[in-house]
Design a protein around this ligand. Structure first.
Ligand code: LMR
Length: 328
């Protein structure tokens, strides 16, 4: 057996983590030959809930689960970690936009970035889930100067999955028939789910769907506002689907992307792609060589319509960055 992979999960007593931890521990992400050590972090007031999660993890008798460490300290949370899944953050409630959480959550991502820089393993990869995830990712990255910037990613796979499900339902196909679904920009209501480049059974989605009005209006808005719709229906933000997307995001980073497909993730822009400013965590179509890193796919054609959408979401990210400039 190989050495255990060390996975840190913050927000350990929350609903997303409750869906996430058991699926990491059962081997479905890192493989059935890879033992897992979990470090679970939570703020002090929820540590007793965390004890219950630990007991349940033990009671699953997962063959691959080596140990479970509980902590309320950032330094302990990322010690030796190979993957850090930054889930913990105040979630939004009804009527809020994700960026309304910026001031509430920003400093904790600064502190986590600092701790990652000090204590994580040399090959650390970080996935930011807590909202607003793009800008929180930027803050954490900024405070971990010794970690390559490409190691920090923000979760837009949930938006990709939502978009694929919508296109499959509308076209009467399976989600596995929908490929090349790029989410551009912010994990927010300005994101652009790119139907023009999406494919259904290898054909361009607009040709298969044959209803541009539905795509431009219903589809785009449904994906943009899906998180809010779930909060309105459940009274709480998405949990199982968010956890599932985190697992998809990690798995797609450690398995080479098949064929000419791509997936979506928020990654650092260096100013050289699609006219997006340097230094934003922006969701692009990305591919992986299986190393754990994502690379931006170049040369995806963008219409005037798409360029306008990218512009809108870029401006939102620039304004979020401006709002936290004292932390950068
Ligand atoms: C989601 O997209 O469901 C999550 O980011 C939670 C939220 O606030 O929308």
């Amino acid at each position: 057996m190989r050495d255990p992979i060390i996975v840190s999960v913050t927000g350990g007593a929350g609903q997303v983590a409750y869906s996430l931890l058991f699926r990491i521990a059962n081997g479905e992400v890192f493989g059935m030959d890879r033992p897992v050590s979990l470090i679970i972090k939570e703020v002090p007031q929820f540590v007793s809930t965390l004890e219950g999660v630990k007991m349940e993890l033990e009671d699953c008798a997962f063959p691959l689960l080596r140990d479970v460490t509980l902590t309320d300290s950032d330094d302990e949370a990322f010690r030796g970690a190979n993957w850090a899944l930054l889930v913990g953050a105040t979630p939004r409630g009804p009527g809020m936009e994700r960026k309304d959480l910026l001031t509430l959550n920003a400093t904790s991502f600064r502190d986590q970035g600092r701790a990652i820089n000090k204590t994580a393993a040399e090959n650390i990869r970080v996935v930011v889930v807590g909202n607003p995830c793009n800008t929180n990712c930027l803050i954490a990255m900024h405070h971990a100067p010794d970690v390559p910037r490409s190691r920090f990613t923000a979760l837009t796979r949930l938006d990709q999955n939502r978009a694929m499900a919508q296109l499959a339902q509308k076209s009467g196909t399976m989600v596995t028939d929908v490929t090349n679904l790029a989410i551009w920009g912010n994990h927010s209501a300005t994101q652009y789910p790119d139907f023009e480049n999406a494919r259904i059974r290898g054909e361009k989605a607009p040709e298969v769907i044959g209803d541009r009005d539905w795509l431009e209006n219903t589809f785009v808005e449904t994906v943009q506002k899906r998180g809010a719709a779930i909060i309105a229906a459940r009274g709480k933000s998405s949990a199982a689907s968010a956890a599932n997307a985190v697992l998809d995001h990690v798995r797609s980073a450690i398995i080479p992307t098949p064929g000419d497909n791509w997936v979506s993730a928020g990654v650092i822009s260096d100013g050289n792609n699609y006219g997006i400013a340097d230094g934003l965590i922006f969701s692009f179509p990305v591919r992986s060589d299986g190393s754990g890193d994502y690379a931006i796919v170049e040369g995806v054609p963008l219409s005037d319509y798409a360029h306008k959408k990218l512009e809108t979401t870029q401006w939102e990210l620039i304004s979020e960055r401006e709002d936290v400039k004292e932390l950068l």
